[in-house]
Design a protein around this ligand. Sequence first.
Ligand code: ADP
Length: 269
Amino acid sequence: ITYRVTAGAVPMQGQTGILVSFEDITPMEQAGQMRRDFVANVSHELRTPLTALLGFIETLQGPARNDVKAQERFLGIMGAEAERMNRLVSDLLSLSRVEAEERVRPADSVDLGTVIQQTRHSLAQLAEEAGIEMSLHLPPEPVVVPGDPDQLRQVLTNLVENALKYSGKGTFVRMSLGIPDYETRLRGLGVRIEVSDTGPGIDAVHLPRLTERFYRVDSHRSRELGGTGLGLAIVKHIVNRHRGRLQVDSQIGKGTTFTVILPMDRRPE
Ligand code: ADP
């Protein structure tokens, strides 16, 4: 806890008194510290690919000037590093956008079944390349919630991309949509979107911190797979904006399930 202590002389019944005030500035200190940590993290994340690029440029200008084979190889690596920076910058922009909009209620209505099908469609090739079978479980009727379709698509995309990234060949990824029963809807709660995988699972100690910016269970593996460490932070902000809840259940060796619970449009008649 950090206090700001101020003291001064004040007139008191003809005498001089001393007034001491204690102000708890812990929240401000913490916010300042978080901002500083964030800037330090961003700088570090950008500097790593930048240093690699500068190193390769120097090599291409010097020792590898006449080596066509080496040039080709280095340009390939440079392209991958530039892509990494590009991903990081677009995730940072998404994060700042969703943060800015967090207090604005989404005005549109979204058919979740359609969003889930679109996500599956756009990630089908990635799943095939990874050797992972994706399945969908949707109710027959449309499920409509108040929301921002692009943002909800981003939630699904980030969760499924993670499932595909971290689960190995031969595993399964399942997307499902569950409608709440009458009681649950009366409480204004409800639709459950689940993304489950049969991948490696996440140790329980990490679960509470997964949505922190740049938090990764295995940094090396995340970077190798093109992760920025921001995907779940973005998911969390979008879910908050929709007044929803994000849950994660995981068992080492068995797999992981991310559940997004969103309030429904209207209470049932
Ligand atoms: P990243 O860009 O590193 O994937 P995220 O914020 O999306 O960042 O996820 C944070 C971390 O959570 C990941 O680095 C990974 O360690 C872990 N993680 C997320 N989803 C899964 C999953 N389905 N299976 C195993 N680990 C996961």
